[in-house]
Design a protein around this ligand. Structure first.
Ligand SMILES: C[S@@+](CC[C@H](N)C(=O)[O-])C[C@H]1O[C@@H](n2cnc3c(N)ncnc32)[C@H](O)[C@@H]1O
Length: 300
């Protein structure tokens, strides 16, 4: 059985802080723990990055070594709360409105009309979209604005679900108030129509906000993902780049299980399914290449 240090005694680490150093074993313990909890993988060459990100937390807790911090994360009664800080330190939450213009044009001008016609022919007037790894919400709100602009779904039930593992960014998403860096590529027309000025920031309008629901979800928690309803489109952009191959494969498979036949999987522009799966069809749309779950073959 592992010997669990008494953490209160670790809080008096005066003078030791300057000597805080992550040895290879500590790195492996913390790295494997973080990967098991979140899927996020730090390769051998990323040790300095992990060390830098962890050192702030270890010092803030006034814990004397990375090994003791590891035990703290595993066994202390405050471990869940601390894990939120770890997740905040190891996730990259960079995002902005209207990111990846061509793909969004394909969504608005090609995918939405196709889904509208196909679903209407079956008498189904619901549209369900999931932004998996939505960060502070700019992505799902962008999708909501594009759906509103398309005017195709005005009398439909539209549900956009944004999820993330980082509770801090989810709070920002729920609030819907954004500074300038979120608008680096946003056209003025969208700002005028869907935001109101709010003391140097911009607040997303209620019409957009009410289409989107945010929730904590860890994408390596497959049983939780399995509880979600079937989606027409899943956005999972700039998330799998932080995972190693086996985690990518498992996630892409569970996303596939949540997609309706004919549903679309949207990855980031630097991501692809090469070496991950051949179960999706690559659709050559006018504006972009996108992945689509085959309509007939049962693959997931
Ligand atoms: C770089 S942001 C991408 C945001 C948005 N999709 C975009 O492309 O602009 C990646 C997000 O994935 C989230 N993430 C990383 N690992 C996750 C996991 N295991 N479960 C859920 N979200 C995760 C991070 O917290 C972060 O907010």
């Amino acid at each position: 059985m592992a010997v669990v240090p008494k953490f209160e005694s670790l809080l008096e680490g005066s003078g030791l802080e300057a000597r805080l150093q992550m040895n290879d074993e500590d790195f492996k313990l913390l790295r494997d723990f973080i990967r098991a909890e979140s899927g996020i993988h730090f390769g051998e060459s990323s040790k300095p990055i992990l060390e830098k990100r962890m050192s702030r937390l270890v010092r803030a807790r006034r814990i004397r070594s990375y090994r003791d911090y590891y035990y703290f994360l595993r066994y202390d009664k405050r471990k869940d709360e601390e894990m939120d800080s770890v997740i905040d330190a190891v996730t990259t939450n960079e995002t902005y409105f209207f990111r990846e213009e061509r793909q969004l044009k394909a969504f608005k001008d090609e995918i939405l009309p196709e889904l509208h016609a196909e679903k209407l022919s079956r008498g189904d007037r619901t549209l369900r979209i999931w932004s998996a790894g939505c960060s502070s919400g700019e992505e799902p709100y962008t999708l909501a604005m594009l759906i509103m602009e398309s005017k195709l779904f005005n009398d439909w039930r539209v549900e956009i679900f944004g999820s993330d593992i980082n509770r801090r960014v989810l709070q920002i998403a729920r609030k819907g108030s954004y500074g300038n860096s979120s608008f680096r590529v946003t056209e003025k027309g969208y700002i005028d129509r869907y935001f109101k000025e709010d003391g140097g920031r911009r607040q997303i309008s209620e019409d957009v906000k009410k289409l989107v629901n945010f929730s904590y979800m860890n994408l390596v928690d497959r049983p939780k993902i399995n509880l979600l309803r079937t989606m027409d489109v899943i956005y999972c952009r700039n998330v799998i780049i932080y995972f190693e191959l086996s985690t990518k494969k498992a996630l892409i498979e569970s996303l596939g299980e949540r997609l309706a036949p004919g549903g679309f999987l949207m990855l980031g522009h630097s991501e692809s399914l090469i070496n991950i799966t051949s179960s999706y069809e690559l659709r050559h749309l006018k504006n972009d290449l996108v992945y689509q779950k085959p309509r007939k073959r049962r693959i997931f």
